[in-house]
Design a protein around this ligand. Structure first.
Ligand code: MTE
Ligand code: MO
Length: 516
């Protein structure tokens, strides 16, 4: 409705009087600023894939196959940089358009930014293994957009008055934001260099490990039950670190000291050259509520902790190992669990791959039978052999139990809570675990009728969870199913509900569902 020339002769000061070109520019510069802060957040938090790359991937996946092939044929190996550049340019154009929308309504650009941020958020969350925290860069970028465009268009509104000073001020501010975006963008590239080098080093590693073949019969084939082997990308994540440590194998070492005959400092190579032990171990979190999913089962490869501790020579009187990670997190592990016959290890690989960075690359501890918070140190750097009465650790200082043995537990995966199922014969199933003890029996109960014995899947030993399944006959209406496990020490779970604090939840997992 207005000229695009920037020369307005009337109603100066109203957004309607603004030059569309100037607003477009303001929008585009704002777009760049948001990308820069978002990218900086990505690097600061060491989020694996920031919104920029995630959106690039989304664009790639939405491009129809023949067009993508034709494009790749034209640009050859430049396809990835071009994809990112093309996506970036497209984004700047959209942000420029957002700038021009100020003339229609001051909130319209915010709305368009919200849509763009939602697409970016979707692009990030659709990647397997993404965590809610990966949304932070998107949020920071969105806030930048909203704030910077206000700053610039407020000036543009006044520059619309065509007073020489305000016009200059507008240009100055535009330049400042553009330079700021370049500097922040450049700095985040620098910040990301270390992370990219570690990712590269991880990719190039060839460890003498196997992915492990799941034993026959571990899966009972009930649709909807968690797979017996948890893929790395789906494995639950718990850590206090905000920025995930990135340590290259070349810089990694484990120092073993304290109540030992010989202090040891082991390099990554020292570990790789030792005999690697491989085993199926189910890891779970003390914060896992009854029925929760903070548990996973993987094939781990690493060096036995008892071998390393015997090389160091543990002194009489020690009963604990205080473990420290690169990010300063600590835990206290009962010495016995790291020296007895179980396969406690310094793990280098998970399901046949070098540990994912989020799961502790280059090396972490895994101790069967203990909750993660007292044992499973990621980004491991140090073991101090000591006594429990001489130290405290991160979670014990916050009121959690000192030793953290896992509890015998079971879970219903099918049906899900609130599910609606066809009346009649129904397959039910889930998992049960009691690492270091083993499960002998799982029973389920429908609507308070007598307990029925479930079928159990195969297991390679006592350190993994076991699948259970069963069949039930249900009429139309609402129902309830409960599950309980019995372990090899002849303990059967009771109905008493215990909260996760201080040493792990227990109680029958009970699920409500409808049959129709
Ligand atoms: N460095 C470090 N290691 C850590 C933690 C942590 O906060 N920092 N959390 C522990 C807890 S509470 C659990 S349950 C396990 C989770 O391991 P995962 O993220 O690989 O599943 O890691 C343990 N190791
Ligand atoms: Mo945990």
């Amino acid at each position: 409705m207005r000229d695009d020339g920037g020369v307005s002769t009337e109603s100066s000061g109203s957004p309607q009087s603004l030059s569309g070109r100037r607003l477009f520019l303001a929008g585009a510069v704002t777009g760049a600023a948001g990308v820069a802060t978002s990218q900086a957040t990505t690097e600061l938090l060491r989020v694996e894939t920031g919104p920029v790359v995630a959106v690039g991937e989304l664009v790639r996946d939405l491009t129809p196959g023949p067009i993508a092939e034709w494009l790749i044929g034209v640009v050859k190996h430049a396809d990835k940089p071009l994809l990112i550049i093309g996506t970036g340019l497209g984004l700047l154009v959209l942000c420029g358009l957002a700038g021009t929308l100020v003339r229609r309504h001051p909130l319209l650009p915010d709305l368009l930014f919200l849509v763009l941020a939602a697409v970016a958020g979707y692009a990030v969350l659709r990647r397997s293994g993404s965590a809610p925290a990966d949304m932070l860069p998107v949020l920071v970028g969105w806030i930048t957009w909203v704030v910077v465009l206000r700053l610039l268009t407020d000036m543009a509104v006044r520059a619309g008055e065509e007073t020489g000073l305000d016009r200059r001020a507008f240009l100055t501010r535009m330049t400042a934001v553009a330079v700021g975006a370049l500097v922040v963008g450049g700095l985040s590239q620098l910040l990301g260099r270390g992370r990219r080098q570690v990712e590269q080093a991880r990719r190039l590693l060839r460890l003498p490990v196997k992915a492990g073949r799941a034993p026959d019969g571990v899966e009972l084939g009930v649709d909807g039950v968690a797979p017996w082997r948890t893929p790395n990308a789906d494995f639950y994540l718990i850590h206090t670190a905000i920025a995930i440590p990135t340590v290259s194998p070349a810089d990694w070492s484990l120092r073993i000291h304290g109540m030992v005959e010989r202090e040891l400092v082991l390099s990554y190579q020292d570990l790789v050259e030792r005999q690697l032990t491989e085993d199926w171990i189910t890891l779970c979190c003390v914060s896992n509520p009854v029925g929760g999913d903070l548990i996973g089962n993987a094939y781990w490869s690493g060096v036995l902790t008892r071998q390393l501790l015997s090389e160091a020579g543990v002194k009489e009187g020690a009963d604990a190992v205080k473990q420290t990670s690169q990010d300063g997190w600590t835990c206290g592990t009962p010495l016995v669990a790291m020296t007895d016959a179980r396969n406690a290890m310094v793990a280098l690989a998970m399901n046949g791959e070098p540990l994912p960075i989020k799961h502790g690359f280059p090396a972490r501890t895994v101790v069967p039978g203990l909750f993660g918070y007292v044992s499973a140190t990621k980004w491991l750097t140090e073991w101090e052999v000591t006594r429990f009465d001489k130290f405290s650790a991160y979670w014990t200082e916050r009121g959690w139990g000192e030793r953290g043995p896992v509890k015998t537990e079971s879970r219903v995966d099918v049906p899900r809570n609130g599910a609606s199922v066809p009346a009649g014969r129904l397959r039910v199933g889930g998992s049960a675990w009691a690492q270091q003890t083993g499960i002998t029996r799982v029973e389920f109960q429908i609507d308070g009728s007598p307990w029925q014995e479930a079928d159990l899947g195969a297991v390679p030993g006592v350190d993994t969870w076991v699948q259970w399944s069963g069949e039930a006959e249900v009429d139309k209406g609402s129902h309830q199913i409960a599950v309980r496990a019995t372990d090899k020490a002849d303990y059967t779970q009771t109905a008493v509900r215990v909260d996760v604090v201080p040493d792990g939840a227990t109680g029958w997992h009970t699920v409500e569902f409808d049959a129709t």
